[in-house]
Design a protein around this ligand. Structure first.
Ligand SMILES: NC(=O)c1ccc[n+]([C@@H]2O[C@H](COP(=O)([O-])OP(=O)(O)OC[C@H]3O[C@@H](n4cnc5c(N)ncnc54)[C@H](OP(=O)(O)O)[C@@H]3O)[C@@H](O)[C@H]2O)c1
Length: 305
């Protein structure tokens, strides 16, 4: 299979880094937000880009003429989206429209990264056929991005990852597993909710699914997740066990314990049949993903490309 020119927005994000590490045969161009402390360490072309900047987007499309754009860049903090509606609309929705416009103009395929936040969490496990009904602003922004993608004339696929974990880029934000490891290395206990469920997704397993969608030229919607449904508390116990910490440091609490700003779906877990059958990627269990992460410890500080 011949390689394509693939532009990845948000290459310093958890998923962007995983895509960089699992790429086998494509020519990559990665973009990241201009910040003084955000310096990618990749061995392929990287460029700064704010997706609100149409002039810079035009410049990048003219320079690289990508065959495919994997649009991972977004503001992903659910509470930040709830309290900064104008800014997060500009980045997550208008930014997506900007990317779509240039894909249209230059004939590139788009892989839009959505989320399980498009569901309300009342009727799990979800398949791609189930009704979407977001209960927070972040979820609404993802629905808008999906609608813009589907109604455009470009070739596209929509990927909906669930809660992701893995080694993040040195400049990236922590995820539940790296946060827990950091706390436990300091000997600090954590409180974890025992009434919220999902099937946690290892970032490299998500990236493999996206590369399969690129290589097989798939279109349509894909719900991407780990194999098993598990509570956030039980998942934290697995993290402690696998990374060699005392599971007694994890205290179960009900979700009402935390006063969060945005509402969260209680259980937006997935069935992964389409991911496995159509993309041909086996969904890893949470234990398998955590074991791989532990063995892949060098990826914490170095790109493994
Ligand atoms: N992580 C999860 O559990 C999860 C679950 C479901 C769906 N998703 C979705 O999956 C995608 C990837 O998630 P992730 O966890 O990899 O995200 P992440 O770690 O928060 O990374 C986000 C990336 O977007 C970039 N970015 C932010 N604002 C930007 C802007 N205005 N213009 C250009 N780039 C911008 C960031 O750049 P800097 O690093 O330079 O700031 C970073 O590279 C996102 O669309 C997210 O909503 C994530």
């Amino acid at each position: 299979m011949s390689g394509k020119k693939v532009l990845i927005t948000g290459v310093t994000g958890l998923l962007g880094k995983a895509l960089a590490e699992t790429n086998s045969n494509h020519e990559l161009i990665g973009t990241y937000l201009p910040k003084t402390y955000s310096i990618p360490y990749y061995d392929f072309a990287t460029e700064t880009l704010d997706v609100r900047d149409r002039e810079k987007l035009l410049e990048l499309f003219q320079k690289y003429r990508p065959d495919v754009v994997i649009h991972t860049a977004s503001i992903g903090s659910v509470d930040y989206c709830e309290t900064h509606k104008e800014e997060t609309w500009d980045v997550n929705v208008t930014g997506t429209q900007n990317v779509i416009d240039f894909c249209e103009k230059f004939g590139a395929k788009l892989i839009f990264i959505s989320s399980n936040a498009v569901y309300d969490g009342e009727k799990s496990p979800y398949t791609e056929e189930d009704k979407i009904n977001p209960i927070n602003y972040y979820g609404q922004l993802k629905v808008e991005g999906e609608m813009l993608t589907s109604k455009s004339s470009i070739d596209s696929a929509i990927i909906r990852p669930i809660l992701m974990y893995g080694w993040h880029h040195p400049s990236g934000r922590p995820n539940p597993v790296t946060w827990q490891i950091e706390m436990m290395e300091k000997g600090e206990g954590i409180k974890m909710v025992d009434d919220i469920y999902c099937n946690p997704l290892y970032s490299l397993n998500c990236a493999d699914s996206i590369w399969a969608a690129v290589d097989k030229n798939k279109k349509g919607i894909y719900n991407i997740a780990g194999k098993n449904r598990i509570s956030r508390y039980d998942f934290s116990i697995e993290v402690a066990e696998i990374f060699g910490f005392d599971p007694g440091l994890v205290e179960p609490v009900p979700s009402s314990y935390f006063k969060e700003i945005a509402p969260r779906p209680k259980d937006a877990s997935y069935l992964v049949d389409k991911m496995e059958k159509d993309l041909g990627v086996r969904a890893l269990s949470s234990r398998e993903g955590l074991e791989h992460m532990k063995a892949n410890h060098h990826a914490k500080t170095h790109a493994s490309t």
